[in-house]
Design a protein around this ligand. Structure first.
Ligand code: URP
Ligand code: ZN
Ligand code: ZN
Ligand code: ZN
Length: 470
């Protein structure tokens, strides 16, 4: 199968140029002006459009269960496709008593194979650090899963991890090129403040932010960085939200430590005031870490530009509002009973374009970096994240002139609300290709269930070398 994308303005992390792209089967075979149409099966006219690599969302939750309630799964993974994301990396919790790979395999067989509509990888969340589980860590790299995550937050939940687990994971992981990732919030402080607020009758959704202030995140970020320094291993801080945590990352980076961090679209766009809405609407925005005051947003954009943060992820959690978010509603309930997380996977790329590129906060080159190239590098996805010969033909043809409104009416996320409801959208993916196959055409999802394949990552990605040299 040969496809030719003609006359698009190709965006890379370095530059932009008008050119054609020839795709042969799953790969980009040639890039150049006036490529021959001979033997080509399909021509896509990209005149007036931008062409960039399919987004890589390195932080999604299609299997997360919070207080017994599960998010929407891979059956809704046409949503990232429609939003210009062609690869997602899912956090799979290790099942208590089971192995790391066993837990991934079980989820993959039952809930991913034959269902996924975009390519995918997995970050295992180590929840049960028995000695034989620690010994298993290097096997993750062989299987193509070069990351391992620990939750420093959520004290009292089975997935909460203490420092001993982090030290062991860092030390063992380093042997095999596994990058350890942490959700950095001090679980004990959050637990203390949550109990205190509830005892004072402060149970409304706004108090979610009060229960986990920036200091919780800064302290845990700093601790994780020092644990990594001790182990001489890289560390990856997921969903960074605040100036105080950025200060820790920047300082470590400037000391020459291998530290990476991502932020998420909602921390760039919303502030904590949205938690304080009538009719329990604030629950829609309960995620952890919590949304911050507005003054944290500019430093996050700056950090993306300077490379102190590598990516904008979604931290997508498909909990619905009517039933699941309402677990925290009513007599005897509080913000602490609301499932954490918000749906965001479909709007991530469009939000970064509209509120980043169009507002002059990111260049188009930085945009490509934070939505695709850098996540590919950090996760060792060496065949994805770039428009270049030999790479997977995961490609977005983007119409910059489209004007619309984001919201649940256009969402494939399978839930009853959108945190982006009513917000302006500038531009949209018009055509999306997944390894050469058209999965979005005229801004409609046209792919098939099960088209997504496992994208195996290489140990440490290439980011490890980059940071070691810095
Ligand atoms: O609130 C969030 N982010 N929920 C999902 C789990 C996590 O902490 O990443
Ligand atoms: Zn603890
Ligand atoms: Zn988290
Ligand atoms: Zn998350």
């Amino acid at each position: 199968m040969k496809t030719l994308i003609k006359n698009g303005m190709i965006l890379t992390t370095e530059n932009e140029f008008k050119s054609d792209i020839l795709i042969v089967d799953e790969k980009i075979a040639a890039i150049g002006k006036n490529l021959s149409e001979e033997g080509v099966d399909k021509i896509i006219d990209a005149e007036g459009k931008y062409v960039f690599p399919g987004g890589i969302d390195q932080h999604v939750h299609y299997s997360f269960v919070y207080q017994g309630s599960k998010v929407r799964g891979f059956e809704t993974s046409n949503a990232p496709a429609l939003g210009g994301t062609t690869t997602v990396i899912e956090f799979v919790n290790q099942v208590q008593g089971k192995g790391l790979l066993e837990s991934i395999d079980e989820f993959k067989t039952k809930d991913v194979d034959g269902i996924a509509m975009v390519d995918y990888g997995f970050h295992i969340v180590m929840t049960d650090p028995r000695p034989e589980v620690i010994e298993e860590i290097p096997k993750l790299a062989e299987a193509g899963y070069p990351t391992l995550k620990l939750f420093m937050a959520y004290k009292g939940q089975f997935f909460h991890a203490d420092d001993d687990a982090i030290i062991q994971a860092l030390t063992k992981g380093k042997e095999a090129g596994i990058t350890v990732m942490v959700h950095a919030e001090n679980g004990d402080i959050v637990d203390f403040l949550t109990k205190k607020l509830i005892a004072e009758g402060k149970t409304g959704t706004y108090y979610h932010a009060v229960s986990r202030p920036p200091v919780c995140e800064a302290e845990a970020t700093r601790r994780a960085i020092y644990l990594a320094e001790m182990a001489d291993a890289p560390i990856y801080i997921v969903h960074v939200t605040c100036k105080e945590a950025l200060d820790e990352i920047r300082a470590a980076y400037q000391r020459g430590q291998s530290v990476y961090g991502e932020t998420c679209a909602h921390y760039l766009l919303f502030d904590e005031s949205v938690l304080d809405q009538p009719n329990f609407e604030g629950a829609k925005y309960i995620c952890s870490p919590a949304l911050r005051t507005k003054d944290h947003q500019e430093p996050l954009w700056e950090a993306l530009n300077k490379g102190w943060l590598n990516a904008v992820s979604s931290d997508h959690c498909g909990f619905d509002f009517a039933v699941q978010k309402h677990m925290g509603f009513g007599e005897g309930k509080s913000f602490a009973d609301v499932p954490n997380g918000a749906p965001s996977v479909q709007n991530r790329v469009n939000a970064v374009w509209t509120y980043g590129v169009c507002e002059g906060k990111l260049s188009r080159q930085e945009f490509v970096n934070v939505i695709a190239a850098s996540p590919a590098r950090v996760n060792g996805l060496t065949e994805k994240g770039h428009i270049a010969v030999g790479y997977d033909a995961d490609i977005v043809v983007f119409d910059p002139d489209y004007r619309g409104v984001m919201g649940v009416a256009n969402s494939l996320e399978g839930v009853d609300y959108s945190i982006y409801e009513g917000m302006e959208q500038k531009g949209r993916p018009e055509t999306v290709l997944l390894r050469g196959q058209v999965i979005v055409e005229n801004a409609e999802y046209v792919g098939k269930k099960g088209q997504g394949k496992l994208a195996k990552g290489k140990p440490f990605g290439s980011a490890y070398d980059k940071f070691k040299k810095a």
